[in-house]
Ligand binder design. Structure first.
Ligand code: SAM
Length: 185
């Protein structure tokens, strides 16, 4: 995604992360690219890849917000139910091998009053573009560390116990930002 990390992406990330409150969990923090956008919160970031995790540690050290980086897998989060006020994931559900498991875990560790903030790329709703993404996905997955270009993340989120409060489309409707919460019972 490096070529796309332009001003547009910075604005998208900043607007989304600004909504984070209280105790925050970020899943798959990568190099810690979001860390400078957090304000007045306390963050736990999990990252399974040791090389990226090291970059996250370094970035966490550079910012004012307290950010605790640990090894972790979003499919099996090492936290009790209802631990966080906000759970953040950016460009990560596309890469996680079992995104449904990860969405269930995110929902489990998020407080009933909490918010889930996501920035993802998705399978395009235009059937031709979607089919092109389907064709490219096997090569893309190999080139981009397991990233699924054609993942239908909106559908996956709607299948689970989540209520989508807000969804915005970006950059030719290939990217979305989502604000969600647990379905109120
Ligand atoms: C495309 S990178 C995005 C990194 C960063 N979040 C960003 O916005 O640039 C995908 C990230 O997902 C992480 N990842 C892959 N599988 C994961 C899993 N099971 N649990 C948590 N993170 C995972 C990768 O290690 C990588 O950091």
């Amino acid at each position: 995604m490096k070529p796309l990390e332009t001003k547009r992406f910075i604005d998208i990330r900043s607007e989304l992360i600004n909504k984070a409150k209280g105790e925050v969990l970020e899943i798959g923090s990568g190099t810690g690219i979001n860390f400078s956008f957090y304000k007045d919160v306390s963050v736990t970031a999990i990252e399974p890849n040791p090389v990226l995790r090291k970059a996250s540690y370094e970035r966490a050290y550079e910012v004012k917000t307290p950010i605790h980086v640990i090894e972790g897998n979003a499919e099996q989060l090492p936290f009790a139910d209802h631990s966080f006020d906000t759970v953040v994931g950016t460009l990560v559900l596309c890469t996680i091998p079992n995104p449904v498991k990860a969405i269930r875990e995110i929902s489990r560790v998020c407080k009933p009053t909490g918010t889930i903030l996501l920035f993802e790329h998705i399978r395009h709703e235009n059937s031709l573009l979607g089919k092109i993404q389907d064709l490219l996905t096997p090569i893309w997955k190999r080139a981009c560390d397991g990233c699924h270009l054609n993942r239908d993340t909106i559908h996956l989120l709607r299948q689970e116990e989540l209520e989508i409060i807000d969804i915005k489309k970006h950059v030719g409707n290939i990217f979305i930002t989502v604000e969600a919460r647990k379905k109120q019972k």
